[in-house]
Design a protein around this ligand. Sequence first.
Ligand code: ZN
Length: 313
Amino acid sequence: MSDQILGIHHITAIASSAQANHDFYTRVLGMRLIKKTVNFDDPGTYHLYYGDETGTPGTIITFFPWEGAPHGTTGTGMVTEISYSVSATALAFWEERLRRFKIEAGEKTERLGEVYLPFKDPDGLNLTFVANTGSDERKGWTTKEVSGQNTVRGFFTASLSLKQIDETAKILTDILGYRIESHEGNRYRFINESITTANKIDLLELPDGKRGRASAGTNHHIAFRVADEKVQMAYREKALEKGLQITPKINRDYFYSLYFREPGGVLFEIATDNPGFTVDESLEALGTGLKLPDQLEPAREEIEEGLPQLIIN
Ligand code: ZN
């Protein structure tokens, strides 16, 4: 087992409607709802997880859908764009599909030698499809409408907007095992070579950028992947040595987490592969039941009544 950071584990963002969020990520983008639970710290709100068949780290996007939440402001100190890897031949399919579903999308553009297609989710969260020219053997979840070469494979990169990138770059290189790969204008791409997918992070330097305000349509945090808790705790020691304030290990039921805010203001998490999403549901049944952590189980009835309606199709 690797004792390194293995790229991105998951990214968590904020939405304003559980139903609209669910329909977009499962129906339009063709991802699998792999877990339906609640925000452990705010059980009146769902916590929805989408990814590939098993919820492989590097494919997982999660949302807190605060019903009716006002839109946040994208800005510095946050993840401001999530890029998904698709096959080179899938971009035309997605251009057509996004148009058909009347999804706000931009023009295909080239960046760092890759063609990408920018679009937004129903809350305005910035997403892109990148025609992955490298090898990405991940299959992605298959639906009736999104299958074969067209599936969303998982993360390609995530872009972080910062007033000044130096201190954040140091966290990536000195703690998390990334190195600078390429650079274009104010975009600096870092790569972690301990894994071949979901292994890039882009830092965008925006000296005059306004600070982002977290609410619907913005990203809450980004989690980096480690194999297990032993590796995780070694990274905790490393972070403490560098003077970072990092939380103790927190049990998130499907993984264990540590959190720290990097100097540029972005909330970073380090999350484990274990135990994974099949810990409380079979592979076939993933995402079908409302799952609660043990501490909230006694309040299940009340929690279920308080949650908004969510029709899973
Ligand atoms: Zn997280």
